[in-house]
Design a protein around this ligand. Structure first.
Ligand code: ZN
Ligand code: ZN
Length: 360
């Protein structure tokens, strides 16, 4: 028999430790994580000490068989209360863990509380597992990054003054979709000119002007994993100050990437980049964290921030994304994903495009 999934082993260890009988997995992210099922939102899982069930309806019987063949298929609407109540009765289940970080209060009241079992929140069980990726998961993120990078390079030829941020975002998303992405991993951020001083300015109707910096922060959701990258490029020659800011951000990112050492905490890596920016007098203009974990969700697990005590370990994937945002002037951010390589150094997962200043 095929080896049991790593996460299912972790779930069963948790059941043993806590003396629960089963866990109901309900968020689309963790349903996918535990079963590979991609009918996002349309299945529930029940994992007991020795059985695994996937509950989904007729739209997904074939798909569930293909993706989650190691689960017993229960043919029913995912959220049919009677189905789950019958199942827990049939299996003699009394103590059930549920995703307290994901379940809405209304679901808790109208579904979970009515199952007639004792309920326990599982807290960080899944996030603690998802934070360390398997080589296969790292390869999937890498594939999503490759797809997104290539889409951006194909989009470069459309960058010119006179088009709107939304037109540029649409082209970039088109290029990702036609290359096979399921969807963007989040709403594409395109912030040009003075809008660049808003770190998370989603694409607007603003027309890109001559000399504008264009911060493009985007990702592909592909094979169940997200990519996330940012490039700031220029439509025509940038001002001297924007050019300087660009070089400072690039130096800050490279300093963090080169300076990583095994055993470092999130706050240590953050400081490497933050000190460079502060050294050039722009410290007050770098307000966000240096990085975050990426996986099934575009923000998950790892925090690379001034307060993060988390030790950065092998198997983690996180972004390194310093930025400088000056109100009234503009902003620059450069973001790439990294993991910790076999040699104990950070390995770039985003391979392209280059991080040199680009002018179109
Ligand atoms: Zn990003
Ligand atoms: Zn990011």
């Amino acid at each position: 028999m095929e080896e049991e999934r790593r996460v299912v082993k972790a779930v069963r260890k948790f059941l043993d430790e806590k003396e629960y009988d089963a866990i109901i997995v309900s968020s689309w992210q963790n349903v996918y994580y535990c079963s590979s099922f991609t009918g996002y939102g349309d299945a529930l899982l029940l994992i007991t000490k020795d059985k695994k069930f996937i509950i989904t309806d007729s739209r997904y019987y074939v798909q569930a068989g293909n993706q989650s063949g190691d689960y017993e298929l229960v043919k029913s609407g995912a959220w049919n209360l009677k189905t789950m109540a019958d199942l827990v009765m049939q299996e003699g289940i009394k103590k059930v863990g549920y995703e307290d970080l994901a379940v809405l209060h209304t679901m808790y009241v109208n579904y979970f509380e009515k199952l007639g079992v004792e309920l326990f929140g599982v807290g960080n069980l899944f996030l603690d597992s998802r934070i360390i990726k398997t080589p296969e998961e790292i390869a999937k993120v890498e594939a999503a990054c490759d797809l997104a990078s290539a889409a951006l390079e194909r989009t470069f030829k459309y960058i010119k003054t006179g088009i709107t941020e939304i037109e540029l975002a649409a082209r970039l998303e088109y290029e990702m979709r036609t290359a096979g992405a399921d969807k963007p991993s989040f709403d594409t951020i395109i912030a040009s000119g003075v809008r660049g001083s808003m770190p998370h300015g989603t694409a607007s109707g603003k027309v890109i002007g001559k000399g504008d910096g264009i911060t493009i922060d985007f990702g592909a959701f592909y094979n169940g994993m997200c990519s996330d990258m940012t490039r700031t490029v220029f439509a025509g020659e940038p001002s001297a100050e924007m050019r300087k800011i660009y070089e400072v951000v690039k130096e800050a990112q490279q300093t963090a990437i080169d300076g990583y050492k095994p055993g470092m905490k999130g706050k240590d890596l953050d400081k490497l980049a933050r000190d460079v920016i502060a050294g050039y007098g722009y410290g007050e203009y770098f307000g966000h964290s240096l990085g975050h974990g990426v996986g099934i969700d575009v923000h998950e697990g790892v925090s690379v921030s001034p307060g993060s005590e988390l030790v950065l370990e092998k198997g983690m994937i996180f972004s390194v994304e310093p930025g400088i945002y000056v109100p009234g002037l503009g902003g620059v951010r450069i973001e790439d994903l990294v993991t910790i390589g076999d040699n104990g150094k950070l390995r770039m997962i985003t391979k392209a495009p280059v991080r040199d200043l680009l002018i179109f």
